[in-house]
Ligand binder design. Structure first.
Ligand code: ARG
Length: 553
């Protein structure tokens, strides 16, 4: 709707000034109560260009607006306040009902690479990586809805000095990786660091083991492979539970044979230079980044550089999103600046979408210090809480225990996902066992429940229609909310903020539930139509938030 209003305003303005071609600063915003539905600054733009008074220009534009979608235009201090007509609301409502799941979908032919989730092997999946997984998948879904071809990449942390340290510790303790669980591998790593505090020479031993791994030493390779395989199996269980499927797993080790070419290119292009036996990249406004250590081993940065090149060549993306913690902001800036220096980027846009960190009351999460919360525990608790609630509900009587468990999974996981997506991604989150699995109020289950409620109304009646009858106050309110869907998705995509969709969906659900309580729906075709449109939009929002809807609740 916002786009339609924008077009109407432009056309009216063009009638007054046909030569206008720079629409750069035209804004159409949703406005508050007494200022109509949308307000625009378009008159200011023209006034500036022609050296005239905005108020007068606005009045002239107003005269030119002739559209069925607009019932009234007011001019206030040079702004144009546009009021939507009954017709506009009904037409858009009909469009939602006609296009259903395709409502608002676009075709743009662009490609988006999203780097997300990316946990490290030989460690359990922590709640920290949960944020990246959920936000990354949500951004993927949002852009896909807008017609982008998505390429999801799990940049698994499966290479680097830390695995040398792990292998060293495994050997030192005389263990066989085949017999070790992920938890035990993690403990070994924690032990390494504890012991290395008193015996600093262990660091050197760890580095040596990584060098062995890089050289392709048989024993080191075999041990590493076992650790990697076990980790992937563990992670898969979590992805299955979360219903998240990432297109490609291209871990850091994948770039091993592509590193020397990148290093060579950086040297040839004089982007990298020698410094104390290492190879570094200098920046004017940031600390240097290292691509080759003095012992000849590569770094996390080198592998990210190779990954960037690979992605550009393999997928020709228009945009690359890195959904990674805010603690890696400097690393990302250095990476993007290096891509620029290398001359690789061309038309592609690189974006770091940083998420805030989970914090415990005691401070930051840290596997090294053995201070972390496991995602598995969080998900298990969420499912358990959801199951308890379902057990005590009226629906419980008509379902089998198996069905109940499946509903509990969808509801519990939905709660965890929504709880994460409803916050502005950049903000830190204080980890709280109660809050992470919220099932009431502004929560995933509340939205799922509203969908189920709509469905059950629609099961009772098939008769819905947009009729000639005038919309009443409550109906208008919901229809107006429904038709804000497209602009909400646009805003979420351009600011990389799924929380805008969460907020929007929660408002719509709340308004619908109020409507349900105060207005009889059955027997009123138009209200049934509004119920159906609410269901379409809410389900779509949940999909964009990676949340599914159970059949019953
Ligand atoms: N494995 C890294 C970590 O856990 C995240 C990787 C993010 N992606 C990237 N291209 N650097 O911190």
């Amino acid at each position: 709707m916002k786009k339609k209003i924008e077009r109407i305003l432009r056309e009216a303005t063009e009638e007054i000034c046909p030569t206008i071609d720079d629409w750069g600063e035209v804004k159409v915003e949703r406005s508050g109560k007494n200022h109509g539905d949308y307000a625009s600054n378009i008159a200011f733009l023209l006034a500036k260009k022609e050296g005239k008074n905005p108020e007068n220009i606005a009045k002239e534009i107003k005269k030119k607006i002739k559209s069925e979608l607009v019932s009234k235009v007011e001019v206030k201090n040079g702004f144009l306040n546009v009021f939507l007509s009954e017709n506009a609301l009904k037409e858009e409502l009909s469009e939602v009902l006609r296009e259903k799941d395709d409502y608002g979908k676009d075709i743009c032919g662009k490609t988006l690479v999203v780097d997300y989730s990316s946990p490290n092997i030989a460690k359990s999946f922590g709640v920290g990586h949960l944020r990246s997984t959920i936000i990354g998948q949500s951004l993927y879904n949002i852009y896909e809805h807008l017609g982008w071809k998505g390429v999801g990449i799990n940049h698994l942390g499966d290479w680097g000095t830390q695995y040398g340290k792990l292998l060293y510790q495994i050997k030192k303790e005389g263990k066989n990786p085949e017999d070790l669980s992920i938890g035990e591998l993690e403990e070994l790593y924690v032990r390494f660091h504890r012991e290395a505090e008193d015996s600093p020479e262990m660091e050197e031993e760890g580095r040596k083991w990584f060098a062995k791994l890089e050289r392709g030493d048989k024993e080191a390779r075999k041990m590493w492979e076992v650790c990697r395989k076990k980790s992937l199996e563990e992670f898969q269980k979590i992805y299955d539970d979360l219903e998240i499927e990432i297109d490609y797993v291209l871990g850091e080790s994948f770039y091993e044979d592509k590193l020397s070419a990148v290093i060579r290119e950086a040297k040839e292009k004089r982007v990298a230079k020698k410094s104390k036996g290492a190879l570094v990249i200098d920046f004017d406004d940031m600390p240097s980044a290292m691509i080759l250590k003095s012992d000849g081993s590569t770094t996390y940065f080198t592998r990210d550089l190779a990954a960037a090149k690979y992605r550009l060549e393999e997928f020709s993306p228009d945009k690359l999103i890195y959904e990674i913690g805010a603690d890696q902001t400097l690393h990302m800036k250095q990476l993007f600046a290096t891509v620029e220096k290398m001359g690789w980027a061309k038309k592609a846009k690189f974006v770091h979408v940083p998420h805030g960190m989970f914090r415990l009351k005691e401070g930051k999460f840290s596997t090294r210090r053995g201070r972390t919360v496991y995602l598995e525990e969080v998900l298990a608790l969420a499912k358990k809480k959801a199951e308890e609630i379902i057990k005590n509900s009226a629906t419980a009587k008509n379902i089998s225990p198996k069905e109940r468990r499946e509903i509990a999974r969808i509801v519990g996981i939905g709660a965890v996902k929504y709880n994460d997506l409803k916050r502005y991604h950049k903000r830190d989150v204080l980890f709280d066992w109660d809050r992470i699995v919220t099932l009431k109020g502004d929560s995933g289950p509340y939205l799922q429940y509203t969908c189920v409620r709509c469905k059950s109304i629609l099961e009772k009646t098939k008769r819905h229609d947009v009729t000639a009858e005038k919309l009443d106050e409550e109906e208008r309110k919901i229809v107006k909310r429904i038709i804000q869907f497209n602009e909400t998705v646009d805003a979420a995509a351009s600011s990389y903020s799924p929380n805008l969709i969460a907020e929007y969906a929660f408002r719509l659900a709340k308004e619908f539930n109020y409507f349900y309580d105060s207005c009889p729906i059955l027997g009123n075709k138009q209200r049934v139509a509004i119920t159906e449109a609410t269901l379409i939009i809410l389900t779509r929002c949940l999909h964009l938030l990676t949340i599914s809807v159970p059949t019953k609740m």
